[in-house]
Design a protein around this ligand. Structure first.
Ligand code: FAD
Ligand code: FES
Length: 369
Protein backbone atom coordinates (compact mmCIF):
# COMPACT_ATOMS: atom_id res chain seq x y z
CA UNK A 1 0.00 0.00 0.00
CA UNK A 2 1.64 3.27 -1.11
CA UNK A 3 0.92 6.42 0.96
CA UNK A 4 1.94 10.04 0.61
CA UNK A 5 4.00 11.31 3.50
CA UNK A 6 3.06 15.03 3.33
CA UNK A 7 5.20 16.05 6.32
CA UNK A 8 8.34 15.36 4.32
CA UNK A 9 6.88 17.08 1.25
CA UNK A 10 7.53 14.14 -1.03
CA UNK A 11 6.29 10.80 -2.11
CA UNK A 12 7.56 8.06 0.06
CA UNK A 13 6.57 4.50 -0.48
CA UNK A 14 5.57 3.11 2.87
CA UNK A 15 4.28 -0.39 3.48
CA UNK A 16 1.93 -1.19 6.32
CA UNK A 17 3.11 -4.07 8.45
CA UNK A 18 0.05 -6.09 7.37
CA UNK A 19 0.95 -5.68 3.69
CA UNK A 20 4.51 -6.62 4.39
CA UNK A 21 3.56 -9.69 6.38
CA UNK A 22 0.93 -10.68 3.83
CA UNK A 23 3.58 -10.49 1.17
CA UNK A 24 5.69 -12.89 3.22
CA UNK A 25 2.93 -15.27 4.16
CA UNK A 26 -0.48 -16.41 2.95
CA UNK A 27 -3.38 -14.77 4.84
CA UNK A 28 -3.96 -17.97 6.80
CA UNK A 29 -0.30 -18.17 7.78
CA UNK A 30 -0.50 -14.55 8.86
CA UNK A 31 -3.31 -15.52 11.23
CA UNK A 32 -0.89 -17.99 12.84
CA UNK A 33 1.42 -15.04 13.69
CA UNK A 34 -1.40 -12.75 14.78
CA UNK A 35 -2.81 -15.29 17.20
CA UNK A 36 0.40 -15.02 19.20
CA UNK A 37 -0.42 -11.32 19.76
CA UNK A 38 -4.22 -11.51 20.08
CA UNK A 39 -6.17 -14.61 18.95
CA UNK A 40 -9.26 -12.45 18.31
CA UNK A 41 -7.44 -10.43 15.63
CA UNK A 42 -7.52 -12.46 12.42
CA UNK A 43 -7.23 -11.68 8.74
CA UNK A 44 -9.26 -14.65 7.50
CA UNK A 45 -9.89 -17.21 10.25
CA UNK A 46 -13.26 -17.21 11.97
CA UNK A 47 -12.72 -18.02 15.62
CA UNK A 48 -14.50 -17.49 18.88
CA UNK A 49 -13.49 -16.79 22.45
CA UNK A 50 -15.54 -18.43 25.18
CA UNK A 51 -16.93 -15.65 27.36
CA UNK A 52 -18.94 -17.68 29.85
CA UNK A 53 -19.52 -21.31 30.76
CA UNK A 54 -22.58 -22.71 32.55
CA UNK A 55 -23.10 -26.38 33.39
CA UNK A 56 -26.87 -26.35 33.86
CA UNK A 57 -27.45 -30.12 34.08
CA UNK A 58 -25.20 -33.01 35.05
CA UNK A 59 -24.21 -33.59 31.41
CA UNK A 60 -24.62 -30.32 29.50
CA UNK A 61 -22.46 -27.26 29.19
CA UNK A 62 -23.54 -23.93 27.72
CA UNK A 63 -20.83 -21.80 26.14
CA UNK A 64 -21.36 -18.16 25.25
CA UNK A 65 -18.87 -17.34 22.52
CA UNK A 66 -17.74 -14.02 21.07
CA UNK A 67 -16.84 -14.61 17.41
CA UNK A 68 -14.20 -12.67 15.49
CA UNK A 69 -15.26 -9.93 13.07
CA UNK A 70 -15.78 -12.39 10.17
CA UNK A 71 -18.96 -13.84 11.76
CA UNK A 72 -21.99 -13.19 9.56
CA UNK A 73 -24.70 -14.26 12.02
CA UNK A 74 -27.10 -17.18 11.78
CA UNK A 75 -30.71 -18.15 11.28
CA UNK A 76 -32.36 -20.05 14.12
CA UNK A 77 -32.05 -23.78 13.42
CA UNK A 78 -28.72 -23.61 11.59
CA UNK A 79 -25.50 -25.10 12.95
CA UNK A 80 -21.84 -24.08 13.15
CA UNK A 81 -18.78 -26.28 13.01
CA UNK A 82 -16.69 -25.93 16.14
CA UNK A 83 -13.03 -26.95 16.02
CA UNK A 84 -11.00 -27.73 19.14
CA UNK A 85 -7.49 -29.07 19.50
CA UNK A 86 -7.29 -32.14 21.72
CA UNK A 87 -3.85 -33.68 22.31
CA UNK A 88 -2.48 -31.73 19.36
CA UNK A 89 -5.14 -32.87 16.88
CA UNK A 90 -7.95 -30.59 15.68
CA UNK A 91 -11.42 -32.13 15.86
CA UNK A 92 -14.55 -30.56 14.42
CA UNK A 93 -18.17 -31.12 15.43
CA UNK A 94 -21.47 -29.43 14.56
CA UNK A 95 -23.43 -27.46 17.19
CA UNK A 96 -26.62 -25.47 16.76
CA UNK A 97 -26.69 -21.97 18.27
CA UNK A 98 -29.44 -21.83 20.90
CA UNK A 99 -29.92 -18.05 21.03
CA UNK A 100 -32.35 -15.89 19.11
CA UNK A 101 -31.25 -14.95 15.62
CA UNK A 102 -32.40 -11.43 16.55
CA UNK A 103 -29.96 -11.02 19.42
CA UNK A 104 -28.00 -7.81 19.02
CA UNK A 105 -24.85 -8.61 21.01
CA UNK A 106 -23.46 -10.86 18.24
CA UNK A 107 -22.71 -13.63 20.76
CA UNK A 108 -23.13 -17.31 19.90
CA UNK A 109 -24.64 -19.59 22.54
CA UNK A 110 -23.97 -23.30 22.24
CA UNK A 111 -25.24 -26.01 24.54
CA UNK A 112 -23.39 -29.28 24.34
CA UNK A 113 -24.43 -32.58 25.82
CA UNK A 114 -21.52 -34.73 26.96
CA UNK A 115 -21.97 -38.14 25.33
CA UNK A 116 -20.59 -41.19 27.13
CA UNK A 117 -17.25 -41.77 25.42
CA UNK A 118 -17.80 -38.72 23.20
CA UNK A 119 -14.49 -37.07 22.37
CA UNK A 120 -15.34 -33.43 21.67
CA UNK A 121 -18.49 -33.15 23.80
CA UNK A 122 -16.69 -34.76 26.74
CA UNK A 123 -13.68 -32.49 26.26
CA UNK A 124 -15.77 -29.33 26.15
CA UNK A 125 -17.88 -30.39 29.13
CA UNK A 126 -14.77 -31.06 31.21
CA UNK A 127 -12.44 -28.29 30.01
CA UNK A 128 -14.34 -25.30 28.64
CA UNK A 129 -13.62 -22.13 30.58
CA UNK A 130 -13.76 -18.41 29.85
CA UNK A 131 -10.92 -17.37 27.56
CA UNK A 132 -10.78 -20.67 25.66
CA UNK A 133 -10.50 -20.17 21.88
CA UNK A 134 -12.34 -22.36 19.38
CA UNK A 135 -12.43 -22.41 15.59
CA UNK A 136 -15.80 -21.67 14.06
CA UNK A 137 -17.41 -21.97 10.65
CA UNK A 138 -20.08 -19.64 9.34
CA UNK A 139 -23.59 -20.89 10.12
CA UNK A 140 -24.87 -23.53 7.72
CA UNK A 141 -27.98 -25.59 7.14
CA UNK A 142 -31.47 -25.41 5.68
CA UNK A 143 -33.37 -26.19 8.89
CA UNK A 144 -34.77 -22.68 9.38
CA UNK A 145 -38.13 -21.01 9.82
CA UNK A 146 -39.65 -19.63 6.63
CA UNK A 147 -40.55 -16.00 6.03
CA UNK A 148 -43.25 -14.97 6.63
CA UNK A 149 -43.40 -17.05 9.80
CA UNK A 150 -46.15 -19.67 9.96
CA UNK A 151 -49.07 -18.56 12.14
CA UNK A 152 -49.20 -21.67 14.33
CA UNK A 153 -46.22 -23.89 15.04
CA UNK A 154 -45.38 -27.03 16.94
CA UNK A 155 -41.73 -27.27 18.02
CA UNK A 156 -40.76 -30.76 19.21
CA UNK A 157 -37.39 -31.58 20.73
CA UNK A 158 -35.75 -34.33 22.71
CA UNK A 159 -32.51 -34.26 24.73
CA UNK A 160 -29.79 -32.10 23.17
CA UNK A 161 -32.10 -31.51 20.18
CA UNK A 162 -33.47 -28.65 22.26
CA UNK A 163 -30.86 -26.21 20.89
CA UNK A 164 -32.22 -25.41 17.40
CA UNK A 165 -35.78 -25.53 18.75
CA UNK A 166 -35.19 -23.02 21.56
CA UNK A 167 -33.36 -20.82 19.03
CA UNK A 168 -36.55 -20.82 16.92
CA UNK A 169 -38.75 -20.16 19.95
CA UNK A 170 -36.56 -17.29 21.20
CA UNK A 171 -36.52 -15.81 17.69
CA UNK A 172 -40.33 -15.96 17.40
CA UNK A 173 -40.68 -14.34 20.82
CA UNK A 174 -38.22 -11.55 19.90
CA UNK A 175 -40.18 -10.95 16.70
CA UNK A 176 -43.42 -10.59 18.68
CA UNK A 177 -45.02 -13.65 17.06
CA UNK A 178 -48.51 -14.10 18.50
CA UNK A 179 -49.93 -16.85 16.30
CA UNK A 180 -49.45 -19.64 18.84
CA UNK A 181 -46.51 -21.96 19.49
CA UNK A 182 -46.54 -25.27 21.33
CA UNK A 183 -43.06 -26.27 22.46
CA UNK A 184 -43.03 -29.97 23.35
CA UNK A 185 -39.80 -31.20 24.90
CA UNK A 186 -38.88 -34.81 25.78
CA UNK A 187 -36.36 -35.57 28.51
CA UNK A 188 -35.68 -38.36 30.98
CA UNK A 189 -36.59 -36.30 34.05
CA UNK A 190 -36.99 -32.61 34.92
CA UNK A 191 -33.31 -32.50 35.96
CA UNK A 192 -32.27 -33.29 32.39
CA UNK A 193 -33.87 -30.23 30.75
CA UNK A 194 -31.07 -27.83 29.89
CA UNK A 195 -33.25 -24.74 29.42
CA UNK A 196 -36.06 -25.34 31.91
CA UNK A 197 -35.84 -21.98 33.70
CA UNK A 198 -35.64 -20.06 30.42
CA UNK A 199 -38.54 -22.01 28.88
CA UNK A 200 -40.70 -21.47 31.97
CA UNK A 201 -39.94 -17.74 31.84
CA UNK A 202 -40.86 -17.53 28.15
CA UNK A 203 -44.15 -19.37 28.81
CA UNK A 204 -44.96 -17.06 31.76
CA UNK A 205 -44.33 -13.91 29.75
CA UNK A 206 -45.94 -14.97 26.45
CA UNK A 207 -49.55 -16.17 26.55
CA UNK A 208 -49.30 -17.45 22.97
CA UNK A 209 -46.48 -19.88 23.91
CA UNK A 210 -47.34 -23.22 25.50
CA UNK A 211 -44.33 -25.11 26.90
CA UNK A 212 -44.97 -28.78 27.58
CA UNK A 213 -42.51 -31.24 29.15
CA UNK A 214 -42.83 -34.96 28.53
CA UNK A 215 -40.69 -37.16 30.80
CA UNK A 216 -39.80 -40.69 29.87
CA UNK A 217 -38.08 -41.57 33.17
CA UNK A 218 -39.23 -42.27 36.68
CA UNK A 219 -40.73 -38.99 37.88
CA UNK A 220 -44.11 -37.57 38.82
CA UNK A 221 -43.24 -34.18 37.33
CA UNK A 222 -44.05 -32.94 33.83
CA UNK A 223 -47.21 -32.53 31.83
CA UNK A 224 -46.96 -35.74 29.82
CA UNK A 225 -45.44 -39.12 30.56
CA UNK A 226 -43.68 -41.64 28.35
CA UNK A 227 -42.48 -41.67 24.76
CA UNK A 228 -44.02 -39.72 21.90
CA UNK A 229 -47.40 -40.82 20.60
CA UNK A 230 -50.28 -39.17 18.78
CA UNK A 231 -52.12 -38.77 22.10
CA UNK A 232 -49.45 -36.28 23.19
CA UNK A 233 -50.08 -33.99 20.23
CA UNK A 234 -53.86 -34.41 20.54
CA UNK A 235 -53.56 -33.30 24.17
CA UNK A 236 -51.34 -30.24 23.70
CA UNK A 237 -51.75 -29.12 20.06
CA UNK A 238 -54.92 -30.71 18.63
CA UNK A 239 -54.60 -28.36 15.63
CA UNK A 240 -51.15 -29.80 14.73
CA UNK A 241 -52.22 -31.25 11.37
CA UNK A 242 -52.99 -27.80 10.00
CA UNK A 243 -49.78 -26.15 11.24
CA UNK A 244 -46.04 -26.46 10.64
CA UNK A 245 -44.00 -28.73 12.90
CA UNK A 246 -40.23 -28.48 13.51
CA UNK A 247 -38.48 -31.43 15.10
CA UNK A 248 -35.02 -32.30 16.44
CA UNK A 249 -34.20 -35.10 18.83
CA UNK A 250 -32.91 -38.63 19.24
CA UNK A 251 -33.58 -41.21 16.50
CA UNK A 252 -36.52 -42.89 18.32
CA UNK A 253 -38.41 -39.61 18.70
CA UNK A 254 -37.66 -38.61 15.10
CA UNK A 255 -38.93 -41.96 13.86
CA UNK A 256 -42.15 -41.81 15.91
CA UNK A 257 -43.08 -38.29 14.77
CA UNK A 258 -42.20 -39.04 11.13
CA UNK A 259 -44.31 -42.20 11.11
CA UNK A 260 -47.32 -40.34 12.52
CA UNK A 261 -47.08 -37.49 10.01
CA UNK A 262 -46.60 -39.97 7.16
CA UNK A 263 -49.61 -42.03 8.25
CA UNK A 264 -51.73 -38.88 8.26
CA UNK A 265 -50.38 -37.76 4.87
CA UNK A 266 -49.04 -34.49 6.34
CA UNK A 267 -45.29 -35.13 6.09
CA UNK A 268 -44.96 -31.90 4.05
CA UNK A 269 -45.73 -30.02 7.27
CA UNK A 270 -42.90 -31.68 9.16
CA UNK A 271 -39.37 -30.17 9.08
CA UNK A 272 -36.55 -32.06 10.74
CA UNK A 273 -32.91 -31.84 11.80
CA UNK A 274 -30.80 -34.85 12.83
CA UNK A 275 -27.83 -34.69 15.19
CA UNK A 276 -26.86 -38.29 14.51
CA UNK A 277 -27.68 -40.66 11.63
CA UNK A 278 -31.15 -42.17 12.10
CA UNK A 279 -29.90 -45.42 10.61
CA UNK A 280 -26.25 -46.44 10.51
CA UNK A 281 -24.81 -45.55 7.11
CA UNK A 282 -25.08 -48.79 5.11
CA UNK A 283 -21.96 -50.42 3.80
CA UNK A 284 -21.50 -52.28 0.52
CA UNK A 285 -19.78 -55.35 -0.85
CA UNK A 286 -16.49 -56.38 0.67
CA UNK A 287 -13.56 -57.14 -1.65
CA UNK A 288 -10.54 -55.39 -3.10
CA UNK A 289 -7.82 -53.30 -1.49
CA UNK A 290 -7.92 -49.83 0.01
CA UNK A 291 -4.83 -47.61 -0.28
CA UNK A 292 -4.61 -44.63 2.05
CA UNK A 293 -1.88 -42.98 0.04
CA UNK A 294 -0.73 -40.11 2.27
CA UNK A 295 -0.20 -42.39 5.25
CA UNK A 296 1.03 -45.35 3.21
CA UNK A 297 -1.48 -47.67 4.89
CA UNK A 298 -3.40 -50.33 2.99
CA UNK A 299 -6.27 -52.57 4.09
CA UNK A 300 -8.67 -55.19 2.76
CA UNK A 301 -11.92 -53.56 1.66
CA UNK A 302 -14.40 -54.77 4.30
CA UNK A 303 -17.40 -53.05 2.69
CA UNK A 304 -17.93 -50.29 5.31
CA UNK A 305 -17.61 -46.56 4.65
CA UNK A 306 -14.15 -45.20 3.91
CA UNK A 307 -14.23 -43.25 7.19
CA UNK A 308 -14.93 -46.38 9.24
CA UNK A 309 -12.36 -48.43 7.35
CA UNK A 310 -9.71 -45.72 7.69
CA UNK A 311 -10.39 -45.61 11.44
CA UNK A 312 -10.20 -49.41 11.67
CA UNK A 313 -6.83 -49.20 9.90
CA UNK A 314 -5.58 -46.90 12.69
CA UNK A 315 -5.98 -43.57 10.89
CA UNK A 316 -7.76 -40.57 12.37
CA UNK A 317 -9.28 -38.59 9.49
CA UNK A 318 -11.17 -35.45 10.43
CA UNK A 319 -14.95 -35.79 10.68
CA UNK A 320 -17.87 -33.80 12.02
CA UNK A 321 -21.36 -35.25 11.52
CA UNK A 322 -20.66 -38.75 10.12
CA UNK A 323 -23.73 -38.47 7.89
CA UNK A 324 -22.75 -36.40 4.90
CA UNK A 325 -23.85 -32.92 5.86
CA UNK A 326 -20.83 -30.99 7.17
CA UNK A 327 -18.09 -31.87 4.60
CA UNK A 328 -15.34 -31.93 7.24
CA UNK A 329 -14.35 -35.46 6.16
CA UNK A 330 -13.80 -34.45 2.53
CA UNK A 331 -10.74 -36.08 0.93
CA UNK A 332 -9.51 -36.80 -2.57
CA UNK A 333 -10.18 -40.21 -4.04
CA UNK A 334 -7.27 -40.66 -6.41
CA UNK A 335 -8.58 -43.82 -8.10
CA UNK A 336 -11.28 -46.47 -7.94
CA UNK A 337 -15.06 -46.60 -7.60
CA UNK A 338 -17.06 -45.37 -4.62
CA UNK A 339 -20.76 -45.54 -3.90
CA UNK A 340 -22.58 -42.78 -2.04
CA UNK A 341 -24.38 -44.62 0.76
CA UNK A 342 -27.11 -41.99 0.92
CA UNK A 343 -27.95 -41.57 -2.76
CA UNK A 344 -26.70 -44.89 -4.14
CA UNK A 345 -24.76 -43.03 -6.87
CA UNK A 346 -21.46 -44.53 -7.95
CA UNK A 347 -18.43 -42.53 -8.96
CA UNK A 348 -15.41 -43.72 -10.93
CA UNK A 349 -13.77 -40.37 -11.67
CA UNK A 350 -10.15 -40.15 -10.46
CA UNK A 351 -8.92 -37.22 -8.35
CA UNK A 352 -12.40 -36.48 -7.09
CA UNK A 353 -13.35 -34.91 -3.74
CA UNK A 354 -15.51 -37.31 -1.74
CA UNK A 355 -17.03 -37.39 1.74
CA UNK A 356 -15.42 -40.30 3.53
CA UNK A 357 -18.34 -40.80 5.95
CA UNK A 358 -20.88 -41.65 3.24
CA UNK A 359 -18.57 -43.13 0.59
CA UNK A 360 -18.40 -46.90 0.36
CA UNK A 361 -15.53 -48.29 -1.70
CA UNK A 362 -16.39 -50.72 -4.48
CA UNK A 363 -13.34 -52.91 -5.17
CA UNK A 364 -9.88 -51.29 -5.15
CA UNK A 365 -9.86 -47.64 -4.07
CA UNK A 366 -7.06 -45.19 -3.31
CA UNK A 367 -7.71 -42.15 -1.12
CA UNK A 368 -5.35 -39.30 -0.31
CA UNK A 369 -5.35 -39.54 3.50
C1 FAD B 1 -26.37 -30.41 12.45
C2 FAD B 1 -25.93 -30.88 13.82
C3 FAD B 1 -26.14 -30.05 14.90
C4 FAD B 1 -25.78 -30.49 16.18
N1 FAD B 1 -26.02 -29.68 17.25
C5 FAD B 1 -25.73 -30.12 18.50
C6 FAD B 1 -26.00 -29.32 19.66
O1 FAD B 1 -26.49 -28.19 19.55
N2 FAD B 1 -25.70 -29.83 20.87
C7 FAD B 1 -25.15 -31.08 21.02
O2 FAD B 1 -24.89 -31.50 22.15
N3 FAD B 1 -24.85 -31.85 19.95
C8 FAD B 1 -25.11 -31.39 18.69
N4 FAD B 1 -24.79 -32.17 17.61
C9 FAD B 1 -24.05 -33.43 17.83
C10 FAD B 1 -22.54 -33.12 17.84
O3 FAD B 1 -22.11 -32.64 16.58
C11 FAD B 1 -21.67 -34.35 18.14
O4 FAD B 1 -22.09 -35.41 17.31
C12 FAD B 1 -21.78 -34.77 19.60
O5 FAD B 1 -21.34 -33.68 20.43
C13 FAD B 1 -20.88 -35.99 19.88
O6 FAD B 1 -19.55 -35.68 19.49
P1 FAD B 1 -18.32 -36.36 20.28
O7 FAD B 1 -17.06 -35.92 19.65
O8 FAD B 1 -18.46 -36.09 21.73
O9 FAD B 1 -18.59 -37.90 20.06
P2 FAD B 1 -17.71 -38.89 19.15
O10 FAD B 1 -16.39 -39.09 19.79
O11 FAD B 1 -17.73 -38.41 17.75
O12 FAD B 1 -18.57 -40.21 19.27
C14 FAD B 1 -18.54 -41.01 20.44
C15 FAD B 1 -19.72 -41.94 20.54
O13 FAD B 1 -20.91 -41.20 20.63
C16 FAD B 1 -21.78 -41.56 19.58
N5 FAD B 1 -22.36 -40.32 19.11
C17 FAD B 1 -21.74 -39.40 18.36
N6 FAD B 1 -22.60 -38.39 18.11
C18 FAD B 1 -23.76 -38.71 18.73
C19 FAD B 1 -25.00 -38.07 18.83
N7 FAD B 1 -25.20 -36.88 18.26
N8 FAD B 1 -25.99 -38.69 19.53
C20 FAD B 1 -25.77 -39.86 20.12
N9 FAD B 1 -24.61 -40.53 20.06
C21 FAD B 1 -23.62 -39.96 19.38
C22 FAD B 1 -20.97 -42.20 18.51
O14 FAD B 1 -21.73 -43.14 17.80
C23 FAD B 1 -19.87 -42.82 19.32
O15 FAD B 1 -20.24 -44.08 19.77
C24 FAD B 1 -25.16 -31.75 16.34
C25 FAD B 1 -24.90 -32.57 15.22
C26 FAD B 1 -25.29 -32.14 13.97
C27 FAD B 1 -25.02 -33.01 12.80
S1 FES C 1 -18.28 -36.06 8.66
FE1 FES C 1 -19.73 -34.54 8.06
S2 FES C 1 -19.82 -34.92 5.90
FE2 FES C 1 -18.59 -36.50 6.62
Amino acid sequence: MAVIDSRRGGLRRRFSWVTLLEAMATPHALDRYLELVDPMVTVRDLRGRVESVVRSTSDTVTLTIRPTRQWRGFAAGQYVQVGVVIDGVRHTRCYSPAGSERRRDNLVELTIKAHAGGLVSGYLYANAEPGMMVNLSQAQGEFVLPLPRPRQLVLISGGSGITPMIAMLRTLVDEGHTGGVTFLHYAFTENDVAYRAQLDAIADENPSVNVVYAYTGDTNEGHLRGFFGRQHLDAVAPWFAGSETYLCGPPGLMRGVRELYRSLGIEDHLHTEEFAPAEPVRGGEAGGTLMFTKSGVSAENGGKTLLEQAESAGLTPEYGCRMGICFSCTATKTSGCTKNARTGETDVEPDKKIQLCVSVPVGDVAVDI
